[in-house]
Design a protein around this ligand. Structure first.
Ligand code: GLV
Length: 331
């Protein structure tokens, strides 16, 4: 009997075909958002599940699926999955690292430039018919070239962002759980490791690229925003919850910082509506990895992990190497 899998969200049809060559597939091309109860019901008889970062795999959901052996996330971040519960239950968990590094780094720069140079604000103003004449002080923004970029979270994407700063003659400072090797720092535009407070006080612009966890919850809240320069731009391409959105809204409203570029929010997609009335913030709907090539690479990466996991091989992007597969043998 072929293993049964659920593809919990709509995905590229050729990726479904690829998976259907090996598995009995239940797909969701109408892209309905399942409730937690529906998701649990759908995976009750499945050996594997293909999810995106929007589906939550809690301890309860995992416990409701006695045959489940693999959870394959089409995302690099995996805070939507209770990895400890999966490990305790003998379930493999995989993500899609690396394939999105460059695309996501591009997006961080798009947000920084759009916010610093007030691109979306300018476009809204123009479309509203306000452009009657050129003025010396119209829509003045901040320079990016020659400035100091602060990166919090210096993993693969953070380093890809830092490398791009060379073309803008920038200094890079960073804060991270652990310091990079001297070779990695040299390759990341000679990035200099500093404490978080020093970074916030010194950087002209700050980018957040760290994974979400209980420890990184509200890494940027009122006290941190108060340390930043009033001319600074804050970019969040990491996860909602890393920034205290209510505190950021207060800071943007009071012009305690100059602006923000945000791709992720608390309680996505129901972002705090106060953001919508602010002109000094650029808002995008969690599209950091959304280039055609990269989304295809991510979907295929998740599919490859699922195929490996259910055929007895070690999936290339296994997150819980300590998982005891014998716990689900014979299930
Ligand atoms: C996107 O947010 C991802 O984690 O891949």
């Amino acid at each position: 009997m072929r293993p049964k899998i659920l593809i919990a969200r709509a995905v590229f049809p050729d990726v479904i075909e690829r998976l259907a060559a090996t598995f009995e597939v239940e797909s969701n091309q109408e892209d309905r958002i399942y409730s937690a109860a529906e998701l649990a019901e759908k995976i009750r008889d499945k050996d594997g599940v293909f999810i995106t970062g929007s589906e939550r795999m809690t301890a309860e959901t995992i416990a409701a699926a006695p045959r489940l052996k693999a959870i394959c996330n089409m995302a690099v971040g995996y805070n939507n999955i209770d990895v400890d519960a999966a490990t305790a239950a003998g379930v493999m968990v995989t993500n899609t690292p690396d394939v999105l590094n460059q695309t996501t780094a591009d997006m961080a720069w798009a947000l920084l430039m759009a916010a610093a140079r007030r691109i979306t604000e300018s476009e809204h103003w123009l479309r509203a018919g306000n452009w009657k004449k050129w003025t010396y002080d119209g829509l003045l923004g901040a320079d990016i070239h020659g400035s100091t970029l602060g990166i919090i979270g210096m993993g693969r994407i953070g380093q890809a962002i830092a490398r791009r700063s060379m073309g803008f003659d920038m200094q890079v400072i960073y804060h991270n759980r652990s310091r990079l090797t001297p070779q990695q720092e040299a390759h990341a535009n000679n990035a200099r490791y500093v404490g978080k407070d020093e970074l916030l006080k010194t950087a002209d612009h700050v980018m957040l690229v760290l994974p979400y966890s209980a420890q990184s919850h509200h890494t940027i809240a009122g006290a941190e925003l108060a340390l930043m320069k009033p001319t600074a731009i804050l970019v969040n391409i990491a996860r909602g919850g890393i920034v205290d959105d209510a505190a950021l809204i207060d800071a943007l409203r009071a012009h305690r910082i100059a602006g923000a570029g945000l791709d992720v929010f608390e309680n996505e997609p129901a972002l705090n509506p106060a953001f919508l009335s602010l002109s000094n913030v650029v808002l995008t709907p969690h599209i950091g990895s959304a280039s055609e090539a990269t989304r295809r690479a991510m979907a295929n990466c998740a599919a490859a992990n699922l195929i490996a996991a259910l055929s007895g091989a070690v999936p290339p992007n296994l997150l819980n190497a300590a998982v005891d597969l014998t716990l689900r043998q014979g299930a």
